[in-house]
Design a protein around this ligand. Structure first.
Ligand code: 6GU
Length: 227
């Protein structure tokens, strides 16, 4: 998979060198490139934003600079993800869908967001017929300063689903959200008693059927308490 992110703060993406995602890049499973939006400006001040038509607070990111950046970065068969708190809510299902993509492009807005014509422009038929799909996505019902952290959240959730990224892919089967509404049962390791708290006895019993039933009951209890 190839992942590109366009941002005015490339430094935000430094953590992608670490851990599973860093290793996936070393192994060639994943190719990540970060673009500085200001490299696509043409004025001396490298201006990326301007005041909103119709008035109101804040600044809006200019369409020309985003258009110049996206024209460079888009390829046939890519998913353009525009990060906005007004977008569709990201969840595990969406992570699975994006994990099947060949090329993800994260457009990180700041301020009051990106001029709405940018998403509209790349949603047109001429791009659709090149298999360029536009998605406006939010990671939850709160407002962040920009799309950078939201992109990192999505990149981590998506890339750990790629074949070869996790050491043990069995981890994906029984984890929380693997199925609709499913939450994982609680996990324990040694020692058997820690600060007077014992591990549930059934887990030490060696009775695999009883353990499976206990885990299913605990998962159901968590799912119920979540509602
Ligand atoms: Cl994608 N962007 C911003 N600025 N805030 C958010 C968000 C995105 N998702 C939730 N809040």
């Amino acid at each position: 998979m190839r992942i590109d992110a366009i941002t005015i703060f490339p430094e935000y993406f430094a953590p992608l060198q670490l851990s599973l995602i860093g290793k996936a890049q070393e192994r060639g499973i994943l190719e990540v490139k970060i673009y500085d939006l200001r490299d696509f400006t043409s004025d001396n001040h490298h201006t990326v934003d301007d005041t909103p038509y119709g008035g109101g607070a804040g600044m809006v990111m200019k369409p020309e600079v985003w258009g110049d950046a996206l024209d460079q970065v888009l390829t046939p068969d890519s998913d353009l993800i525009i990060l906005t708190p007004a977008g569709r809510r990201f969840d595990q299902r969406m992570a699975e869908e994006f994990a099947a993509s060949k090329h993800l492009i994260f457009a990180c807005g700041r301020y009051e967001g990106i001029d709405a014509r940018v998403g509209q422009y790349y949603s047109q038929e001429q791009f659709h017929s090149q298999s360029i799909r536009v998605h406006e996505v939010s990671i939850g019902d709160y407002v962040l300063g920009g799309g950078e952290v939201a992109s990192l959240v999505m990149i981590e959730a998506i890339t750990r689903l790629l074949p070869g990224v996790l050491g043990n892919p069995d981890s994906l089967v029984e984890e929380s959200h693997a199925h609709e509404g499913f939450l994982e049962y609680p996990n324990y390791t040694k020692p058997p008693i820690w600060r007077d708290i014992p591990v549930p006895e059934v887990l030490l019993s060696g009775n695999h059927a009883a353990i499976a039933k206990w885990r299913a009951d605990e998962a159901a209890r968590r799912a119920k308490n979540q509602l």
